[in-house]
Design a binder for this molecule. Sequence first.
Ligand code: C2E
Ligand code: CA
Ligand code: CA
Ligand code: CA
Length: 259
Amino acid sequence: MGYNLAMVADALRVRSALDNGEFVPFFQPVVDLRSGCIKGFEVLARWNDPVSGIIPPDLFIPAAERDGWISDLTMELLRTAFRAVDDLPSPVRLSVNLSAGQLCDPALPSQIAAVAGAAGFSLDRLSLELTESALVRDMESARAIAHDLKALGCKLSLDDFGTGFSSLLSLQALPFDILKVDRSFVSSMTVNKESRKIVAMVVGLGQSLGIATVAEGIETEEQDQMLLWLGCDYGQGWNYGRPVPASALLDSYFSVRPR
Ligand code: C2E
Ligand code: CA
Ligand code: CA
Ligand code: CA
C-alpha cells in the first residue's frame, strides 16, 4: 500500500500538532481501595485539535509509533504533567504509558531523568506502564533498560494483565512492581463467575509475588466492594473519576466541597 496525498498531509498535520503543544495529558485518579484516598494519577494522552476538539489516543498513538515521534510525545506529556502536579497541595504519584519499542530505546532512561530533573519531580513518584507487546521485541535490551529505569527510582507496571498470550512470561521477564488487572475482567466480574475467579487469581498472584495490584475500569460500587473483598490494593475507573485536563485537576480532586 502506498501513501496518497491526503495521508501525507494528515501525517504532517499530526506532527506539527506536537510542535504546537496540542498534545496534552489528561489525569485519571488511582485510589487506594481500603481508604478510598487518591494515591496518584495515570497520565492519558489527548490531542487538543483546534479543528476537531479533543481526540482520543487510539487515533494518534499508532501514527506516533509508526512515524517515529512517540518518544517526543511521551517526553512532552511528562514535561506538562510534572508541571501540572507541581501546583497541587500534596505530592502525588504519576504513571505514564509506554509503547512497544520504547523500552528498547537506550536513550529512554536519560531522557526521563532529564525531564524529571528539570521539573524537580522525584522519580520514585513515577511508574511506567508497559504491555507485554512492549517486551517481546528485544528482551535483552528491554531488561537492561528496565534495570536502568529502576535504578533511577521508577516503578514498572504491567498493564492490561491477562489479555496477551504470554502474560506470565512477561511477569517473569522483568522486575515489575505493579500488576494492572485488565478492565475486561473487572467489567464482567460481578455477573460472571469465571471472570471473578480470574480476578481473584491475579490478585492472589500479585500477593504471592509481593506485587501491588491495580484494577482498571471500575465503574460501579459493587465492583469496588468485590475487589476490596478479594484483596486488590488499588482501583481506577469512572466510579472514582474520569480523566480530566490539568486545568480541572485541583477542582475535581483536591477541593474540599461544602456540604
Ligand atoms: P490503558 O492504558 O489501558 O488506559 C485505560 C483506558 O481506559 C483509558 O482510555 C481510560 O480513559 C479508560 N477508562 C478508565 N476508566 C474507565 C472506566 O471506568 N470505564 C471505561 N469504559 N473506560 C475507562 P484512553 O484514555 O482512551 O486510552 C486508551 C489507551 O491508549 C490506553 O489504554 C493506552 O494503552 C493508550 N495510551 C494513552 N495514552 C498514551 C500515551 O501517552 N502513550 C502510549 N504509548 N499509549 C497511550
Ligand atoms: Ca495504562
Ligand atoms: Ca490498561
Ligand atoms: Ca486497556
